[in-house]
Design a protein around this ligand. Structure first.
Ligand SMILES: Cc1cc2nc3c(=O)[nH]c(=O)nc-3n(C[C@H](O)[C@H](O)[C@H](O)COP(=O)(O)O)c2cc1C
Length: 427
């Protein structure tokens, strides 16, 4: 397990990173070296190699590929590398950078970007984790004969061009730093991935690295466990009629005293049956959250189960939150254009960057609420309403934050995976 430092926190990646480059005159190689150095500063183990020397991609947890553009085409080493490694690169999303533009003129930048789009479109199976274009380096004194001939043509844009180096090292370093987080998120995902070019799986495809799916699964399980706890309390009350629609799942329990006996509601005129149904629906929610939530209509089924839980003793908070979580579940694998259209890029990225932290903070906060609070009260006599409200507030707010951060994260990931999208980082 390799550990990487990110802003003082330790993140983990299972395997090494490969930085492979194609380069004619060395400028793309120097960028590869800078990227490798930045990744190593983050404590990642990095192999740096010319593309044509890479024998296998096995054993790499993340891949960065760099190549220049020549005459509108990706360097031939990059073209053959992509073609030869299609299978491995379909499983493993590489981060790609390209060197090209020798001018800061917006029109020429656009042209270089259009060339890159066209080139990457030749590999429709490719779904990069990130794509970036940086300014290139040019030295007429070092050109080989064919390039010298091209540059000597009066019609060539290189004709009479002086030596220049438009590589923006700060942008290169920032991009490399941004990859650390992306690699971590990719390695956190529970299953292998198989993706289309736009970063969204085809219908029927099983799993992908997807914050929305992780969110829905995790918190679906937590709400199901809470529903089960309610159901057990109602079953233990036996074959009696409830006093009304609103009931307490644990009215006599000293353990649940701190949670006011755990409110619930039921439309069934029998507490034993209410409890059995709450357990039944909660178990279905539990299994569905783990196994089926990413399937077609998974989110919708989750919502229906939560409504059933709400009407049959599964508590108040768990099913209501479960309905919201199920609504998020309907967005698993769905394109998320709204986020890109309505939220400013900087805010979206900030929100997306919060996802792993809020997710990690949110899970323990729910367990701090149940069974944490009853344990504190029952065994240690700590019955502080401010503390309980504080934990409840923290659990609810981190849940909402995790939900929005996950959606922003997925929307960014879809966005980054589009070969045509380039952040103007040149010069
Ligand atoms: C003959 C020649 C043709 C080039 N054609 C393009 C091009 O079509 N589009 C582009 O964006 N850059 C083009 N470039 C710029 C290179 O991509 C840039 O110089 C790059 O930094 C070279 O990388 P290298 O030193 O790793 O070989 C060209 C450069 C040369 C010398």
């Amino acid at each position: 397990m390799i550990q990487a430092e990110k802003k003082g926190r330790t993140i983990q990646m299972k395997e090494k990173v490969l930085v492979a480059y194609a380069s004619q005159y060395g400028s793309t190689q120097e960028v590869a070296e800078a990227i490798a150095a930045t990744l190593r500063e983050s404590n990642l183990a990095v192999d740096l190699q010319p593309m044509r020397k890479v024998k296998s991609l096995a054993g790499y947890g993340a891949i960065v590929l760099g190549a220049p553009i020549y005459m509108g085409l990706l360097h031939k080493d990059m073209q053959s590398f992509l073609a030869l490694n299609q299978e491995a690169l379909t499983q493993q999303q590489p981060a790609i950078y390209v060197l090209g533009p020798l001018s800061i003129d917006e029109k020429e930048l656009q042209e270089s970007r259009a060339m890159l789009d066209k080139e990457l479109a030749k590999f429709p199976w490719l779904a990069p984790l990130a794509v970036e274009m940086f300014g290139g380096k040019y030295n007429p004194a070092r050109l080989n004969l064919p390039h010298r001939l091209i540059a000597s043509l009066p019609a060539s844009p290189l004709h009479g061009m002086p030596a220049k180096d438009l590589r923006n090292w700060a942008a290169i370093q920032n991009w490399a730093k941004s990859l650390v987080m992306k690699f971590q998120m990719a390695s956190l995902a529970p299953c292998g991935l198989s993706r289309t070019r736009a970063g969204v799986p085809q219908s029927g495809e099983m799993e992908m690295k997807n914050a929305t799916k992780i969110f829905t699964s995790t918190f679906g399980v937590i709400m199901a466990l809470a529903g089960l706890e309610h159901g057990v309390g109602e079953v233990l009350q036996g074959n009696v009629a409830p006093s009304g629609v609103m009931i307490l799942s644990w009215p006599e329990s000293a353990f649940f005293h701190s949670l006011a006996g755990e409110s619930a509601m039921t439309i069934i005129p029998n507490l034993l049956l209410t409890g059995i149904l709450a357990i039944f629906f909660s178990l279905l929610l539990l299994v569905g959250s783990i196994l089926f939530v990413q399937r077609k209509n998974g989110g919708l089924i989750m919502i229906l189960l939560c409504i059933a839980m709400l009407l049959a003793g599964g508590g108040i908070f768990p099913p209501i939150l479960g309905i919201i979580i199920g609504a998020v579940g309907t967005r698993i694998n769905a394109p998320l254009p709204w986020w890109r259209r309505h939220l400013p890029l900087g805010f979206r990225r900030f929100l997306a960057s919060l996802w792993p932290y809020s997710y990690t903070a949110c899970i323990p906060s729910w367990f701090a609420l149940v069974p944490g609070v009853p344990i504190l009260c029952y065994f240690f006599g700590v019955n502080n309403p401010v503390l309980i409200l504080g934990i409840l507030f923290f659990a609810l707010s981190t849940l909402l934050l995790t939900m929005f951060a996950g959606l922003a994260y997925d929307s960014e990931r879809q966005n980054d995976s589009r070969p045509g999208r380039l952040v103007p980082a040149v010069i």
